[in-house]
Ligand binder design. Structure first.
Ligand SMILES: Cc1cc2nc3c(=O)[nH]c(=O)nc-3n(C[C@H](O)[C@H](O)[C@H](O)COP(=O)(O)OP(=O)(O)OC[C@H]3O[C@@H](n4cnc5c(N)ncnc54)[C@H](O)[C@@H]3O)c2cc1C
Length: 304
């Protein structure tokens, strides 16, 4: 039986693996794709301390090398289910069942996409799901934010401090962010809000760069808005289907933890984007991974 199984080899899971191995735990790190998680498909990351500007793929490989250099057991596997029998937890993949004393869930989340043509090609190069990450690239430019909830409105306010002009496009009759966030946004002089409107098209130039979006209102009016970037804030999809029977998920499918990364279920911890949290970044994911292991160690001392 393992002391600890870590599900997901993004920055949270890989950091947890490093801390767990160095603490001499019998640990396995299970990943269904390539190590690195969301970083693998991120063109450049410039805000991870000490690394300056690097491709997400390079940072992923550097972290993975670090994990492997310590001799962590790494296995390819798609976790389908987690079960509990007394104090023993079972992690079930397509072809194997693992038994473990504890689990760290680090399976991340996926940003919801508009699903329009060219979106994949423009990902991280005109279309973004992270204003903290990509906002500075568009300093002094015109940008569009899609959505009207708290994330959209707060990030639009942040972008308004960097960019020349921010256009917010919201499909509903009103913004749904809390009043305080809306008040801050409406005070910005360089923000235009289009309600009851949706983005219907990404318009690209001859070099395949984003040059504008087409929006359509509920009344049928169409507008073309020139922009260098579109920030999509239309929801997040937690990657937690496999945890449905464990009791750790909240109503939105995310995992609530305390500051020790403990979930509602003893011996199950969560780290990184899969948690209910304010800032989803590489640096906060790695911190969560470290904290989860340190508290897991205390749980294992009393496990029987
Ligand atoms: C477009 C984009 C750009 C970004 N740019 C930046 C940036 O510049 N700077 C920054 O700090 N942050 C950036 N971020 C955010 C950052 O990438 C995330 O906060 C971070 O990757 C979260 O790490 P994580 O380990 O929690 O989850 P993830 O990175 O999502 O990793 C989760 C891993 O779990 C695996 N997994 C999921 N389910 C299972 C399963 N059932 N079985 C096995 N494995 C599973 C997944 O395959 C994945 O590898 C960006 C995010 C996006 C989407």
């Amino acid at each position: 039986m393992y002391d600890l199984i870590i599900i997901g080899a993004g920055p949270a899971g890989m950091t947890a693996a490093i801390y767990a191995k160095r603490a001499n735990l019998n640990v396995v790190l299970i990943e269904k794709g390539a190590p690195g998680g969301q970083m693998v498909n991120t063109w450049e990351i410039e805000n991870y301390t000490g690394l300056k500007k690097q491709s997400g793929a390079d940072i992923s490989m550097a972290m993975f090398d670090h994990v492997m250099s310590l001799g962590v057991q790494y296995e390819y596997g798609n976790v389908l289910k987690v079960e509990q029998e007394g104090n023993v937890k079972k992690v079930i993949t397509e072809d194997k069942t693992y038994e473990t004393k504890s689990i760290i869930v680090a399976s991340g989340m996926l940003p919801r996409r508009l699903g329009l043509e060219h979106e994949d090609m423009l990902a991280s190069n005109g279309v973004s799901w992270c204003a903290i990450c990509d906002g500075p690239i568009y300093k002094g430019e015109d940008v569009v934010v899609v959505g009207g909830g708290n994330s959209a409105v707060e990030e639009a306010s942040y972008l308004a401090t960097l960019c020349k002009h921010v256009t917010v496009v919201q499909n509903l009759k009103e913004l749904t962010a809390d009043k305080k966030a809306q008040d801050i946004l409406r005070k910005q002089k360089n923000v235009t809000i289009h309600l009851e409107s949706v983005v219907t098209e990404f318009i690209i130039d001859e070099k395949d760069k984003l040059k504008a979006v087409k929006i359509k209102s509920d009344q049928g009016d169409e507008n073309v808005i020139e922009t260098k970037a579109v920030f999509e804030y239309i929801g997040a999809i937690p990657v937690t289907d496999f945890l449905k029977e464990t009791g750790v998920l909240n109503a939105y499918g995310f995992i609530d933890t305390n500051e020790k990364m403990e979930t509602k279920v003893e011996g199950i911890y969560a780290a990184g984007d899969v948690r209910t949290k304010q800032i989803r970044q590489v640096v906060t994911a790695t911190s969560d991974g470290a904290i989860a292991v340190q508290n897991c160690l205390k749980y294992l001392e009393t496990w029987e």
